[in-house]
Each structure stands twice: as structure tokens, then as C-alpha cells.
Design a protein around this ligand. Structure first.
Ligand code: S3P
Length: 436
């Protein structure tokens, strides 16, 4: 599928972006494991999250759809959980494009008393799974990675009894942290994970939501197993990673006023807002969630600025804006001065090598980029030119460069954009609304 964008002078109006991807995966998994029925609303009906929901059905959870988005899938449903006793799947579990789905569910499946198999698309089958296999093996799991590339999916999991560990996480990854904690839900005793830096804490928050005792002490997270999550209805906020495309589109255009309601404002996800504010973006936030709601959310209003300037992303910010780096690099190209992105080697093992794919597309649009093993420096200020670009099958690359095209001379054409459905169903309609 091909999508195009072109120059516009400003953006106005209100956009409600879809539900949070990270929270949707976890809602399906924990709702599916819980005792009782959880009503989930504003679920992200993207291919990634729907695969996780289908996997939970394969494991015995029952899903009754209450509302759907035409052509995509359910956004509101009741999920009746298996009370921590999943049933053996009768066929391999398809995780599609999703590292989160595969890594989190591997943690759960490692602890289940049956064999299972997980596979994914070409991109997922080239991403490193050793990072979850190592701690899960230390917990007693037997997992074989049978992919063409060493340490990659398909994964064969010989599940069974798991014992707790005290794990020092070698990389700042919420997926690995969550895989270990999900396995820890089944283990007898305290499972702990110590992170090298704060990573997104949706698993910990959802544990609390489902009344699972979980302690957070600085960088260390612990769970006392075995646990029984108790069903409790859950409304998922809009995804700040999806909102980020529009934040950049509006912030870089004087005269723009864009309102984004109900966006998740979890501290461990808001670094993109801070980075844009340091660049001179006019962004205001009104928190509208109640005191006791597990995930804070609110309305973000962004007003276009005459000229943004580059910034250096802080080392401690990197894990909390990792998914927004492609669009922040685009913001850097539209700003004055240099945008410095370092300490972000993890970008090389995302849906694509995002240092390479971001730099490549920026250069094709006329920006100067210096590439490093762990990041890039984007030289801002050059007038971007419309170009024929590839998404390389990466949803965030596709959306970032359609937004870049809104500031470029001429037309920008993005090839292979079906991947956008892995995180933002309806993006092309929202883009069309903004380009009108
Ligand atoms: C995610 C964690 C991050 C992020 C991904 C979603 C999650 O990955 O890039 O899109 O939901 O836990 P890592 O854990 O690999 O950093």
C-alpha cells in the first residue's frame, strides 16, 4: 500500500489517537490470566495487539466483543480469564510483527505445564530472543530458538515448573523485565528484576490494578508468587507514541493548534514531551484522570512555534522515548542546529534497524545525518524535499516520514505502508484529515 503526503502550512483541530499498544498487550495477557471477567475498553485493535488477544483465546480465555472498529477489530470486549491455568494451545501462536507480544507471552508460557510454539513475521524472526531466554532459562525454563538466525524465533517452549530469580537486567528493556515478572507470577517465592534505568512500568501498574502484590524499590521490581490476578475493568488511554507524530507535525508549524485528548501521561513514557519542550515546542498538558486510576491520562495541546532548535537526548531519557526517536529525528531535521541522539543502540534491534532506516530516509529528503553505532546527529535547517521512500516494513518509519512529507517541498510517497496497522489503525484517515 502506498501513501502520500505534501506540504501544509498548519494543523488545526482535535485528534483522538488509538489506545496504547504496550498497555493493550498487557491487558489481554493479564485479563486472560485473571480470575473473572474484565471489561477492556479502548483496546488498540492493531494487528500486534489482536495477535496477543487471539493467543490468549488459544490458551483458554474467552473474549466477548462489545464494540469493534470497522475493518480492524475489537476495541471493547469482556475477557474471561483462566484463573492462572491456561490450556495447551492446539497450534503454534502467531505473534506477527510484535516483539512485545512474543517476549511477554514467552515469560508466561515458560511457566505453563505444556509445550508451545511461537512464531512471527520475517522482521520478528530476526530480532534477538536470547535476552528473554537467558533469564527464563535461569528460572528453569527450556526454550529453543529455532530461527534461521541464532537466538531468533520461532521459539519452542517446553514449559514447566519455574523457580524465582533475582535478575540484574543487562539492558533497559521493559519487555525483558515484564517477561521475567510474568514468569514470576507462577513461581513459588520472590522474583526480582533490577533495571539499569527506569523503563516503562505498565506491567507493574497493571499488577496493582489486578490486585497482584508487587513491590517497586527504585530500579528493583519484585513479585511474590504464585499470584492470582483478580479481574477488574480497564480503560486504556490513547498511545502517546502515536500522539507523538502529531505533536511534531503541529509543533513545527506556526499557527497550528492541535488538541489530543485522553493521551496516556505515564511518567515513564512522557520523555518525548520534555524533549520537544527543550526544542522550544509549546505543549501544554491538562491531566484529566482521577486520583486512583492506574494509568494517568489527559489532554495535550500543542501550538506551532516559529522555529524549533535541536537538542541532545539525555541518556536517562532514551528508554522512555525509544519508540519516538524516528519522529524526533524528523523534528531535528526541521529545527535549527543539531539534534544529538546517542546511547540508543537498542534502535538497531527494533522492527527495523531504526538508526539505518531513519538516517537513510532523512538523507533522501535532503537532510544531513551523521550516523554512529549508537545513534545519529541530525543537522537541522535544510529545506526537506519530497521523495519516494520505503517504510522497510516498519510502522514508525512509515508514519514518521509521512509527517516529514508535510514539511517538504513537493510530494512524499511512502511505499509498503500496510505495516502502519501494527500500531495505528486509522492513521491514513487521520493524515487525510490533517492534510485537508
Ligand atoms: C515495549 C518496550 C520497548 C518498546 C516497545 C514496547 C513494551 O521495547 O520499544 O515498542 O511494551 O514493553 P524494549 O523493551 O525492547 O525496550
Amino acid at each position: 500500500m502506498v501513501l502520500q503526503s505534501h506540504y501544509i502550512d498548519r494543523l488545526e483541530g482535535t485528534l483522538i489517537v488509538p489506545g496504547d499498544k504496550s498497555i493493550s498487550h498487557r491487558a489481554a495477557i493479564l485479563g486472560g490470566l485473571a480470575q473473572g471477567t474484565t471489561q477492556v475498553s479502548n483496546f488498540l485493535c492493531s494487528e500486534d495487539c489482536l495477535n496477543t488477544l487471539k493467543a490468549m483465546e488459544q490458551l483458554g480465555a474467552k473474549v466477548d466483543v462489545l464494540e469493534s472498529r470497522d475493518g480492524y477489530g475489537p476495541t471493547k470486549f469482556n475477557i474471561s480469564g483462566v484463573s492462572m491455568h491456561p490450556t495447551a494451545p492446539t497450534k503454534p501462536i502467531d505473534c506477527g510483527n510484535s516483539g512485545t507480544g512474543m517476549r511477554l507471552m514467552a515469560g508466561m508460557l515458560a511457566a505453563c505445564p505444556f509445550d508451545s510454539e511461537m512464531f512471527g513475521d520475517e522482521s520478528l524472526c530476526s530480532r534477538p530472543m536470547g535476552r528473554i531466554m537467558e533469564p527464563l532459562a535461569a528460572m528453569g525454563a527450556k526454550i529453543d530458538a529455532k530461527g534461521a538466525k541464532a537466538g531468533c524465533a520461532p521459539l519452542y517452549i517446553h514449559g514447566g515448573s519455574i523457580h524465582p530469580i533475582d535478575y540484574i537486567l543487562p539492558m533497559a528493556s521493559a519487555q525483558v523485565k515484564s517477561a521475567v515478572l510474568l514468569a514470576g507470577m507462577f513461581a513459588q517465592g520472590t522474583t526480582s528484576v533490577t533495571q539499569p534505568a527506569i523503563t516503562r512500568d505498565h506491567t507493574e501498574r497493571l499488577f496493582k490494578h489486578f490486585q497482584i502484590p508487587c513491590q517497586v524499590n527504585g530500579l528493583k521490581v519484585s513479585i511474590d508468587g504464585p499470584v492470582l490476578p483478580l479481574a477488574r475493568n480497564l480503560a486504556i488511554p490513547a498511545d502517546i507514541s502515536s500522539a507523538a507524530f502529531w505533536l511534531v507535525a503541529a509543533a513545527t508549524r506556526p499557527g497550528s493548534v492541535l488538541t489530543l485528548p485522553l493521551v496516556g501521561l505515564n511518567d515513564t513514557r512522557c520523555a518525548v514531551i520534555q524533549a520537544l519542550q527543550r526544542m522550544g515546542a509549546d505543549i501544554s498538558i491538562e491531566t484529566t484522570s482521577g486520583e486512583d486510576e492506574g494509568e494517568p491520562y489527559g489532554t495535550i495541546t500543542v501550538r506551532g512555534s516559529a522555529q524549533l532548535h535541536g537538542t541532545e537526548l539525555l541518556v536517562e531519557e532514551i528508554p522512555n522515548l525509544i519508540d519516538e526517536i524516528p519522529i524526533l529525528a524528523v523534528a531535528g531535521a526541521l529545527a535549527q542546529g543539531e539534534m544529538v541522539i546517542r546511547n540508543a543502540k537498542e534502535l538497531r534491534v527494533k522492527e527495523t534497524d531504526r538508526i539505518d532506516t531513519t538516517a537513510r530516509n532523512l538523507r533522501l529528503m535532503g537532510a544531513e545525518v551523521e550516523e554512529f553505532e549508537d545513534g545519529m546527529i541530525v543537522c537541522g535547517g535544510a529545506q526537506l524535499k519530497g521523495a519516494e521512500l520505503q517504510s522497510y516494513g516498519d510502522h514508525r518509519i512509515a508514519m514518521s516520514f509521512l509527517v516529514a512529507g508535510m514539511s517538504a517541498e513537493g510530494t512524499t510517497t511512502l511505499h509498503n505502508t500496510a505495516c502502519i496497522n501494527t500500531s495505528y489503525p486509522g492513521f491514513s484517515q487521520d493524515l487525510a484529515q490533517m492534510l485537508r
